[in-house]
Design a protein around this ligand. Structure first.
Ligand code: 5CA
Length: 429
């Protein structure tokens, strides 16, 4: 992508409304723009990151055997009356009336919706287990939306729903999601710590909150160092050990009773990016989602739900990966991999080298943002540092004469002088 043709409305000044670094950087880097309190436009750079995060979540859900669907954002109130949550949900639910005065709502979550799909089609234990998920916008009329996309009113969530015949099956489904979550966050270069959690308005009695570590996180967490050393690559993951590892938020942590020896106990700050729940028959019983068992008896299906804050993750990633100059994207979610900077597009040799390199990078399938504008060098570097692409390739008139370009790592600041061929080889590796 040529920067001169791109839409990257970066801000020179720090926006006054941003209290935390990710919100400030997302606004400054032209990733998002607020439309109303807690409601954001996703501009091109932010949208690319959102899509990459979404795709990693999707791939790990698929790999864990969940099946993607798409449920609507607007739901009829009727199904929420069946479960009893229409009254219980309170002011966080955005309630709407259609032209026929029918009560509707903008979904804050989809347990009722998915239970309704299930009860119409699944009748036998033989059709289980089943896990259906979607990635869809939610609306919660939070009292105090803040921190940009971290606590929005409209936000993108991945929510998966498991259906099993009995508790043993439900536990297996829960554990499969538990492992999938660890893998998902690991793929984004994040360390995620699962914490036993209260299940709140979703209900149920087995629940974990996944916190990712970032120095600016909202809650303080204590955890066993073993979480950082987990081998998630093998087929044999010891789930009993995993779910048994110690982790607690500061309000629950008691140094006197902590089972982890001091040398293995770590303290950090965390951001909740996922939450999983087992809630048995809380929705299936009142909504009549039953299956016939092998003994011919009809029982309400056992359920769990599994959420990931996809849009929140974009902010959380920046909380985990930034420095004083801006964002430092990990390769896994970077909006482009390479920032190609032509220092002197008015210099014929420099321009020719940069143009040729841009074509080769594109041909090699390496996502590149190419700054061929007439800006001064200092401003170009500042913008590229701000938007944090993992690799900067700098083409200047002096190097161009010698047929050399400079490669710089955004994260470490290391630099290498290379021929264009060597550069392409390195980036392809
Ligand atoms: N139905 C369940 C799981 S599918 C559920 O709604 N769980 S939740 O309430 O915990 O939300 C799941 C995830 O969505 C949270 O872990 C968080 O990462 C994200 N989330 C929740 N509220 C917001 C919000 N206001 N802004 C951004 N992300 C949010």
């Amino acid at each position: 992508m040529r920067l001169s043709r791109y839409f990257l409305p970066v801000l020179k000044e720090d926006p006054a409304e941003a209290e935390i670094v990710s919100h400030r950087l997302m606004l400054r880097a032209g990733m998002i723009q607020q439309l109303a309190a807690g409601i954001y436009n996703w501009l091109p750079l932010g949208f690319r990151v959102l899509k990459r995060v979404e795709q990693i979540v999707r791939e790990e859900m698929d790999r864990a055997g969940a099946i993607e669907i798409l449920m609507p954002t607007i739901q009829p109130a009727d199904i929420w009356k069946e479960s009893g949550r229409y009254e219980a949900y309170g002011k966080e639910m955005l309630r709407i009336r259609d032209r026929h005065e029918r009560e509707m709502l903008y979904g804050p979550t989809n347990e009722e919706n998915v239970t309704d799909i299930f009860r119409r089609h699944v009748k036998s234990y033989r059709q289980l287990p089943l896990n259906l998920y979607h990635i869809q916008w939610k609306f919660r009329d939070e009292i105090r939306p803040r921190f940009g996309v971290m606590r929005g009113r409209e936000f993108l969530m991945k929510d998966a729903y498991s259906f099993d015949y009995d508790f043993a099956g439900a536990k297996r489904s829960y554990e499969a999601m538990f492992v999938a979550y660890l893998k998902t966050f690991r793929r984004m270069d994040l360390t995620a710590i699962p914490m036993q959690a209260e299940s709140g308005p979703i209900g149920g009695n087995m629940s974990h909150e996944f916190q990712i570590l970032a120095s600016t996180g909202e809650s303080e967490v204590f955890y066993d160092r073993a979480f950082e050393e987990l081998d998630l690559s093998g087929e044999e993951i010891d789930i009993e050990r995993l779910t048994g590892l110690y982790a607690a938020t500061d309000d629950k942590h008691d140094p006197a009773r902590c089972p982890v020896p001091p040398e293995r106990l770590k303290k950090a700050r965390g951001i909740e990016v996922g939450h999983i729940f087992y809630f048995g028959t809380k929705y299936s019983a009142p909504m009549g989602a039953t299956v016939m068992g092998p003994d011919g008896r009809e029982v309400p299906v056992e359920m769990g739900s599994y959420g990931i804050g996809v849009s929140r993750l974009v902010g959380a990633l920046i909380e985990a990966f930034h420095d004083e100059r801006g964002i430092v994207w990990p390769e896994s979610v970077a909006p482009f991999r390479v920032a190609l900077i032509s220092l002197r597009p008015d210099d014929a040799a420099c321009a020719a080298l940069a143009e040729g390199l841009y074509e080769k990078l594109e041909a090699a399938g390496i996502a590149t943002l190419y700054d061929e504008t007439e800006e001064r060098a200092g401003a170009k570097f500042a913008t590229m540092d701000l938007i944090g692409l993992p690799w900067q390739v700098i083409v200047g008139p002096r190097g161009a004469k010698a047929g050399l370009v400079e490669l710089k790592s955004r994260a470490s600041g290391e630099r290498w002088e290379l021929t264009p061929e060597a550069l392409l080889q390195r980036l392809a590796a």
